[in-house]
Design a binder for this molecule. Structure first.
Ligand code: 5GP
Ligand code: MN
Length: 334
């Protein structure tokens, strides 16, 4: 299945609205190593529910990365408390599989009676009691916008700004093919509601720590490209991470540099994680080369054109296996 095919699983916004109306306490979570769509969706829905008078906990296994601390309301997002929270409802946002919420977050949410799963990953197996899976949406933030509008929920400034950043970061600044007329209409509406476009884009994109450029330099030194020029990849070793004192989100978005090379159809990034696991990040420029399918073969997932894997190392082995699978996918390009 590719991103253009409709795959909305399960619940309507009205059903989610009923669950919200019938309960008072909520924990809202998103995936480990959160990106702008993950944290943005949590803040967006969380502040809207708080404005309705609900008790809301915003929990992320890894907390808010430095690059997303500029979000209004980011201080409300915490790492998981050690004891389970007294909440009735758990809401998972932008999280393709339940374990990707992280063990601590799952423990924190373990007293919840009802699970709501809102996501745009085509590979999401619908693990909630209520599932709103819209793989046609470019970002979970856009689904949250639709939910808030459909249910006539409040749109405080934190929610307005968080939706914009969530969608901007997941669409490569409103550039990817997944961006629809609805996306632009939504952005226009948020601007009409008072969003400061210049400031929010500067906060999002012109605020990189210098070490991110040092990382870019280190990655470029490992860059390799296949003989046919279609598959480019680079890698990050633990030694470099330690030497440059890198944060997990420093590599966010850098893969777009190799994806952007003329002739390249697939870009891959291999990263040694603490503890020996390997993180693989993949991007495709061609819907005929489905990197989500490749990721699924190794226990990962994501979208047709952007997917990821956590797999056992060492890096050499993981890289050889994934590059072989990508070469095969490129050779059988539909
Ligand atoms: P990124 O390369 O930016 O980390 O992730 C690209 C996409 O793949 C995101 O939508 C992300 O949620 C998904 N993804 C990344 N890593 C994994 C993984 O280990 N498992 C699954 N199921 N999805 C992943
Ligand atoms: Mn997303």
């Amino acid at each position: 299945m590719n991103d253009s095919e409709e795959k909305t699983t399960g619940a309507s916004f009205a059903e989610v609205g009923e669950v919200i109306a019938n309960h008072q306490s909520f924990v809202i979570m998103s995936h480990v190593r959160p990106d702008g769509d993950a944290i943005g969706s949590q803040i967006a829905l969380g502040f809207s529910l708080m404005a309705l008078g609900k008790t809301v906990f915003l929990v992320n296994e890894d907390g808010v990365p430095e690059s997303l601390e500029f979000f209004k309301g980011s201080g409300k997002v915490t790492t998981p408390p050690s004891a389970p929270l007294d909440v009735e409802v758990a809401i998972a946002l932008d999280t393709a599989t339940k374990p990707r919420l992280g063990e601590g977050a799952l423990h924190a949410a373990s007293k919840a009676k009802v699970w709501v799963n809102i996501d745009h990953h085509v590979s999401n197996p619908a693990y909630g009691d209520l599932n709103v899976i819209d793989a046609t949406s470019p970002a979970t933030g856009q689904i949250i916008y639709g939910l808030i509008k459909a249910l006539d929920f409040p749109m405080p400034d934190e929610t307005r700004d968080a939706i914009y950043v969530a969608v901007s970061t997941d669409t490569g600044s409103f550039q990817y093919g997944s961006t629809t007329a609805k996306t632009y209409e939504m952005a226009a509406d948020l601007i009409c509601c008072g969003l400061d476009v210049g400031k929010i884009n500067a906060d999002t994109y012109d605020n990189n720590p210098f070490r991110k450029l040092e990382l870019m330099r280190a990655l470029l030194n490992t860059l390799e490209i296949s003989d046919d020029g279609k598959l480019a990849h680079w890698e990050l070793r633990e030694a470099t991470r330690i030497e440059l004192d890198l944060q997990p989100d420093d590599s966010e978005g850098l893969i777009d540099l190799i994806r952007g090379v003329k002739g390249v159809l697939v870009a891959a990034f291999f990263e040694e994680l603490e503890g020996g696991k390997i993180r693989v990040s993949m991007r495709s420029k061609d819907k005929g080369v489905n990197v989500c399918d490749v990721a699924s073969r190794f226990g990962g997932g994501g979208h047709t054109l952007a997917a990821g894997i956590r797999m056992v190392g060492p890096l050499e082995d993981a890289r050889a296996k994934v590059l072989a699978a990508l070469a095969e996918a490129l050779n059988t390009e539909k």
